[in-house]
Design a protein around this ligand. Structure first.
Ligand SMILES: Nc1ncnc2c1ncn2[C@@H]1O[C@H](COP(=O)(O)OP(=O)(O)O)[C@@H](O)[C@H]1O
Ligand SMILES: [Mg+2]
Length: 261
């Protein structure tokens, strides 16, 4: 059956912080099961956008609709993975992964079994009783991912989840994320400032610009799936990365110079 209603609708979304126009009139839609990446220079509103979708932040005008219902607060239909792992050091990996269901009051034995399966899916079978300090950075980020999936969300929101990882671990996590996504086909919004990461993962890339923060352009990533890491060396891949870089190069340079000043 053809899905007619989009998963996510962004309808005239604007966000102001005092005099800062963090997001200026965003209108777009995301289909169920789509993998969307968001790229753009520092300060263009990527995190703010994700926080509004998550319900942690309120829009100034406009709204976000998930499955037709306006988002007003956080809910178990949305899972969030942040840049830093925010695991609780005194809880085991299993208990950390179960925080969402625990807080939401739906931590049934079935849910524990499902979470167990998720830990296996992210490659952490056998680590359930370990504590976060016993795990590497890459492993902790896998726990974060399992935790976000443990509430069985409709949409997964990821804000630069791999940026604290070294280059090799990051590439492994990219392929792992795609494998997990192929299995569950969640709708994903993935923020990154690495353009090649965005191209590698996504069906479409939302290119944001700043001052005011806005959705400048949407790039279709028409590369075949499944995608091996070697696709990053193909001319089609490199052309897509170049095209996106050309769109944001000027603004990225400007934002870097401001940060240095
Ligand atoms: N809570 C806040 N209060 C005031 N200004 C904010 C707040 N959060 C973000 N901003 C401002 O909004 C703009 C967008 O920020 P952000 O969404 O963090 O951008 P990005 O994630 O793309 O780097 C920036 O100018 C930032 O300083
Ligand atoms: Mg950010």
């Amino acid at each position: 059956m053809v899905e007619v209603v989009p998963k996510l609708v962004v309808d005239g979304l604007t966000k102001r912080f005092a005099s800062t126009e963090a997001l200026s009139r965003i209108d777009t839609e995301v289909k169920a099961g789509e993998f969307i990446s968001i790229v753009g220079p520092s300060g263009c509103g990527k995190t703010t956008f994700l926080r509004i979708v998550s319900g942690l932040e309120q829009a100034t005008t406009g709204e976000i609709r998930l499955d037709g219902a306006a988002v007003t607060r956080p809910g178990s239909d949305r899972g969030f993975v942040f840049q830093q792992d925010n695991l609780l050091p005194w809880l085991t990996i299993m208990d950390n992964a179960m925080i969402g269901p625990e807080i939401g009051g739906f931590a049934s034995p079935e849910r524990r079994r499902a979470t167990q399966a998720l830990l296996k899916l992210v490659g952490l079978e056998g680590f359930e009783r370990h504590y976060p300090r016993q795990l590497s950075g890459g492993m902790r980020q896998r726990v974060n991912l399992a935790r976000a999936l443990a509430i069985d969300p409709e949409i997964l929101l990821m804000d630069e989840p791999f940026s604290a990882l070294d280059a090799q671990t990051r590439e492994i996590m990219q392929t792992e994320l795609l494998r997990i996504w192929e299995e569950g086909r969640k709708t994903v919004l993935f923020v990154t400032h690495q353009i090649d990461e965005a191209v590698f993962l996504s069906d479409r890339v939302f290119v944001f610009a700043r001052r005011p923060g806005r959705l400048q352009e949407i790039i279709d990533i028409d590369l075949p799936r499944p995608r091996p890491l070697s696709i990053k060396r193909t001319p089609a891949f490199i052309a897509l990365v170049d095209r996106i870089w050309t769109l944001i190069e000027h603004e990225v340079r400007a934002s870097v110079m401001e940060e240095l000043a």
